[in-house]
Design a protein around this ligand. Sequence first.
Ligand SMILES: [Zn+2]
Length: 141
Amino acid sequence: MIPRQFFEHRPNLRCYCQWCAQRGERKGFYKLRDGPVDWFFCNDAHALEWLEYRHKTPGINAVLKLTPDDRRVVLGGRTIEEYVSVQLSQQGVGHAHPGDGERADGLRDVDRVEVSVQEDAQLPPETLFLGGGRGGGAGGV
Ligand SMILES: [Zn+2]
């Protein structure tokens, strides 16, 4: 049923940490599902750092998408933590308010999730409210 090519094109079991670029075997890595993509990390702490900083600045975002080899060239011997702290401090100097735009962008995904949950949670009580004695105010809209 499944074409043999499917198996031949499967990625091997080696991967690298999306945060610190350390290589290893997938089975020993922490896997984080983000939509259709699986990201791999040394451990959950690196996954959390990645989640926190990947949208902080365009520069950090770009570096985190690089392969370990390309990243080593960009970082020039620094760790990702050092690179991030430099990027954040530079951004703090450049902007009067600390990264409002980036923060809003980073939270967009989270907001969408929260809204869908809240709508579901709020519908029943709201419906009850309108059906109750206060229905007379509906003409206000
Ligand atoms: Zn790592």
